[in-house]
Design a protein around this ligand. Structure first.
Ligand code: HXC
Length: 529
């Protein structure tokens, strides 16, 4: 019988060719997605098709598809007659920039890329393959969510994926590119992965759509405001990267992969010869001489230190008071965490703490050493922060740094005040090598606050309180707001000239390459969530 239920015509060719013909027909049907009209609609919506995406992402001639011929087993709502092509998802393994990966690409032209059980099990199969082979998983998501016709089977299918996301977490890198809608509980698979990419204008992620929001809360919004790339990269922090187009998205994924190892048992590959490891920087000297109250973008410092002045920033638009991303130092992949004085004076707040913690966790899981650049006046004060849980949520960054056992090199550039000094990979929480610039101020609090508390009575009695306050502040700066107290106690290994930062940190990481750190035998810690 053929798909329409009619008896199949006898193939007059040789039996061998008849087999081939059948294979070719089955392939063509499954590869055809939702058919020319729906594929054209996909293009008209400004999106590429599931297979075009894979063609662009993976190396030429490297894609091995699996489960092309898998079909849904569901029969309700006429699904047994519909035979959704490849059940709406293309899965397999391939190479990306020469590196083996497992991939899946949801096909919106087939029932809106909705996820039924077979669709889910195809994704699960390549996730299992990725774990077995120790290779990253890249998911290209474009789906209307749980396939309504398959009911609880599709919910179960999602749960199977979520479970695998968690099992694979910290074992192989997982990357999600949201290239269309991603609604309801479906958002939790990307959310459980390490990095989420979105494309400006065409990607949307939300738990409930605008209509439900309106009905439930009375708020009016469109898809873009609710869950577009800008919303998730700037406000919610769900998306780590925004791309201007799908082409740009795949280029960025390749760039990201280059900094990562294949799995947690490996280290990232090195790219040698890009820059002189002894290169010094006059720009850093100039930055170190800036007035302590002047803002600057910490990106400048990062670029001066990095090979080829190249910095691949992660979570660029979110919590910009902390900057995280990857550089190469003498060819080795290194994760950078840096306070950014250009935004909120570089103070730590809830979002910055969570952003930093997530990045530190990732680097530690995948053997990527951490360079921490400190210029932090403290935690951002205010009711909003306290009521929002800065105590609980701010503790995440502290927890992540304390737990991280990868080589950790810290440079205090300027301010390192209060608890934030401790948090930012200080010696006390096992920073391995800690440097400070000569202009660094390491103290419990800034001069103004300290003088007001320490000399309250004296200032009250002074004939010219303002003059006396200034004198006392100068004394305080001289005695405490410097790196020398910390250096005296060995909490700073060396006070370095700013210009020498690159050679110094490269030498430190080279020394730390063989670092082995044991953890206490326990099931797992209890990070404050
Ligand atoms: C079955 C679906 C579907 C779904 C879309 N389609 N979503 N079929 N199950 N979840 C089908 C449509 O019926 C349509 O088929 C085709 O896909 C294209 O959909 P359109 O609506 O025409 O496309 P568009 O206008 O671009 O809108 C896309 C959309 C919208 C925004 C995604 O389809 C939509 O709102 N879908 C439902 C989203 C949602 O609420 N999903 C469930 C979330 S709950 P025809 O044949 O008519 O062209 C969830 C739970 C997961 O996912 C839980 C995990 C724990």
């Amino acid at each position: 019988m053929d798909q329409a239920g009619k008896p199949e015509k006898k193939d007059k060719r040789s039996p061998e060719n008849a087999h081939l013909a059948r294979l070719h027909a089955a392939r063509a049907r499954a590869e055809g997605g939702g058919g020319p009209e729906r594929l054209a609609a996909q293009k008209a919506a400004g999106k590429l098709t599931a297979r075009e995406r894979l063609d662009l992402l993976v190396d030429d001639d490297s894609f091995q598809e699996v489960d092309l011929l898998v079909e849904t087993r569901a029969a309700d709502f006429g699904l047994d007659r519909k035979h959704p092509a490849a059940d709406g998802v293309v899965t397999g393994f391939a190479r990306v920039a020469g590196r083996p990966v497992c991939v899946f690409s949801q096909d919106f032209s087939v029932m809106g890329g909705s996820l039924g059980l077979s669709h889910a099990m195809k994704i699960c199969k390549v996730m299992d393959m990725a774990v077995a082979a120790g290779v990253p998983v890249i998911g290209l998501c474009d789906s209307g969510g749980a396939r309504i016709q398959e009911g609880v089977e599709s919910l179960g299918g999602y749960a199977e994926i979520f479970y695998r996301n968690v099992q694979a977490s910290g074992y192989v890198p997982q990357i999600s590119a949201v290239l269309g809608p991603c609604a309801g509980g479906a958002v939790y698979s990307p959310a459980l992965t390490d990095f989420v990419f979105m494309v400006d204008g065409t990607s949307h992620m939300f738990i409930t759509g605008p209509e439900v929001v309106k009905a439930a809360t009375g708020e009016t919004c469109d898809f873009e405001t609710l869950g577009g790339a800008d919303t998730h990269s700037r406000l919610s922090g769900v998306a780590h990267f925004v791309a201007g187009s799908e082409h740009d998205c795949f280029r960025q994924i390749r760039e990201l992969l280059d900094f990562l190892p294949q799995n947690c048992r490996e280290t990232p590959h090195a790219v040698m010869g890009a820059d002189d490891p002894r290169r010094e920087s006059e720009t850093l000297d100039r930055l170190a001489e800036l007035d302590a109250k002047k803002a600057y973008k910490v990106h400048e410092v990062i670029r001066e230190i990095a090979d080829g002045r190249r910095f691949f920033e992660v979570h660029k638009g979110f919590a910009r008071n902390i900057v995280v991303g990857f550089v190469r130092l003498n060819g080795e992949s290194v994760g950078v965490v840096a306070n950014n004085p250009a935004v909120l004076s570089g103070a730590l707040d809830i979002d910055a703490s969570e952003k930093g913690a997530r990045f530190v966790n990732f680097c530690d899981a995948f053997n990527i050493p951490l360079l921490t650049l400190v210029d932090v006046p403290g935690y951002w004060p205010g009711l909003e922060q306290e009521h929002g849980g800065i105590i609980r949520r701010g503790a995440k960054l502290l927890y992540a740094f304390c737990r991280a056992t990868v080589p950790k090199v810290t440079v205090v550039l300027r301010k390192a005040y209060g608890g934030a000094y401790d948090v930012m990979s200080s010696k006390h929480i096992r920073g391995d090598i800690n440097f400070a610039w000569p202009c660094a101020e390491i103290a419990v609090m800034g001069p103004a606050g300290a003088v007001n508390i320490l000399y309250k009575a004296e200032l009250k009695a002074a004939t010219d309180p303002e003059k006396r306050r200034e004198e006392l502040a100068r004394e305080y700066v001289e005695r405490f707001a410097s790196p020398y107290q910390a250096a005296k106690h060995g909490y700073i290994d060396e006070v370095i000239e700013a210009r020498t930062t690159r050679p110094k940190v490269i030498r430190a990481f080279r020394f730390l390459k063989g670092k082995k750190a044991e953890r206490l035998p326990k099931k797992h810690g209890n990070i404050p969530l």
